[in-house]
Design a protein around this ligand. Structure first.
Ligand code: PLP
Length: 447
């Protein structure tokens, strides 16, 4: 027996396990073989067997600065004592305004107004509603359709799943809202590319075909992740985002970047917009925004969008945009977010990601040639492998590898035919080597 096997196993009863209908989880499998996380500090979880487990996805792309950061905890505690909650409808509190200002400073030039939400999914649906309302305010109410992208992920709400392009997330839910989709940018000729693939910019021209099909007078916005995260880290081909942005501008279509994964350092830059040098009309953020410590999201918009609502001819005491959440601008989330921005700066976390990502890239690509590995992709501190499908079971091998990794003390994400890494920004080179070795060993074990 290994030392950790002496520790008490989970004390959860079957009834407790059955009581939580877990999100995005194979509940039947999980409840036969629970993986229970009881503590977290820095880049490590502890499980209910007392084992230390390296957090290879920073939670769910949320906790880049590491878990249990004392400055974030302290900020949340202090705020909870000073003002735990304040309504954000028709009344405000200082932290939300101050945090919004800090976020505007953090954003690329041009994004100037922050609409707080409680999550990334809420940010997605907020941005879509804003886009429709914007065109209506401009007197062009026919502009209601959205263009998303195959393999895109924009959360789980009605707008988000409709513009999203991962089949499994849509299949059970029937009709959503009116949306069409661009092709994804994963081309065979780009297999095993490092960073941004060099070919694929031409795929942006497909937007012109969709405009011909639907007419720009009917299209409100294009929404894309600058780098597709959930579908397995698909960096944009060089020049692709620039061309999408240009076509949107020329056809009066708003461009929304869903940066729920890419903002706040993951790309080795403040945002994906900065990393890839394209500024959208709206940017959706969440996850790393509070280092995952308190749920929060936001849509950050251009002045043109904000001002369009402020210039509406209605009376000043009437609401310009009838939209918002009970927890929009929650004081505890704002406090966590402010502390997160401080830490990103003080610890030079973004610079650290930028400087270590070439070494992550080299180590990750050493998995080329391992059993079943058909592609490897990376950018910043995000990376993924595609595994060759087992007969009729594309999701099986990633699951088996992730379970092996978990047993070895490494948490990595598996989704469809991919394995994904979103390293903590505080990872050391040794930890990078170790997690990638664990994946390599696991691949050999299942071969
Ligand atoms: N948008 C993107 C790009 C995401 O990656 C996610 C979550 O993974 C979401 C939206 C949804 O965020 P949430 O799960 O906070 O609703």
């Amino acid at each position: 027996r290994k030392p950790w096997e002496k520790q008490a196993m989970s004390t959860l009863t079957q009834r407790q396990l059955d009581s939580w209908w877990m999100p995005y989880t194979a509940n039947r499998e999980f409840k036969k073989n629970p993986r229970i996380i009881t503590q977290a500090k820095g880049a490590y979880f502890t499980d209910d067997r007392g084992r230390k487990i390296f957090d290879g996805l920073s939670g769910l792309w949320t906790c880049g600065l590491g878990h249990g950061n004392a400055k974030i905890s302290e900020a949340i505690y202090q705020q909870s004592q000073e003002l735990d909650y304040a309504p954000g409808f028709q009344y405000g509190h200082p932290m939300a305004f101050k945090f919004a200002e800090r976020l505007v400073d953090f954003m690329p030039t041009g994004l100037k107004h922050v609409f707080f939400t409680g999550s990334g999914s809420e940010a997605a649906d907020t941005s879509l509603k804003m886009a429709r309302a914007y065109w209506r305010a401009k007197g062009i109410s026919s502009k209601t359709k959205f263009i998303g992208r195959i393999k895109g992920y924009h959360g789980v709400n009605f707008g988000g799943f409709s513009v999203g392009g991962i089949g499994a997330n849509r299949a059970m839910y029937g009709q959503g809202i009116d949306a069409d989709h661009l092709n994804h940018t994963q081309l065979d000729e780009n297999l095993f590319s490092r960073g941004q693939p060099s070919s694929g910019a031409h795929l942006a021209e497909q937007l012109l075909e969709l405009i011909t099909l639907h007419d720009a007078s009917n299209i409100a916005a294009v929404i894309i992740e600058p780098l597709s995260g959930s579908a397995g880290v698909i960096p944009p081909p060089k020049g692709y985002l620039q061309r999408i942005s240009q076509i949107c501008r020329e056809h009066n279509i708003l461009l929304i970047f869903d940066e729920v994964i890419t903002a706040f350092g993951r790309m080795g830059a403040k945002t994906g917009a900065e990393a890839f040098d394209v500024v959208p009309d709206m940017m959706n953020i969440a996850k790393q925004m509070t280092n995952g410590a308190v749920p929060m999201g936001a849509v950050v918009t251009s002045s043109d969008i904000y001002q369009t609502f402020m210039d509406s001819p209605s009376k000043d005491y009437l609401i310009e945009l009838p939209h918002g959440y009970t927890y929009s601008g929650h004081p505890l989330a704002c406090a966590a977010g402010m502390a997160t921005l401080d830490l990103l700066e003080q610890e030079q976390a973004i610079e650290r990601v930028a400087s270590l990502s070439p070494s992550f890239e080299n180590t990750l690509h050493q998995l080329k040639g391992m059993p079943y590995v058909t592609d490897i992709r990376n950018f910043g501190f995000a990376g993924a492998l595609t595994l060759e499908s087992a007969p009729n079971e594309p999701a099986l091998r990633p699951f088996l590898v992730a379970m092996r990794c978990w047993e070895k003390g490494f948490y990595v994400r598996y989704g469809a035919d991919t394995l994904q890494l979103g390293l903590p920004f505080i990872s050391t080179e040794q930890e990078i080597d170790d997690v990638i070795n664990a994946i390599g060993e696991s691949l050999q074990e299942i071969a």
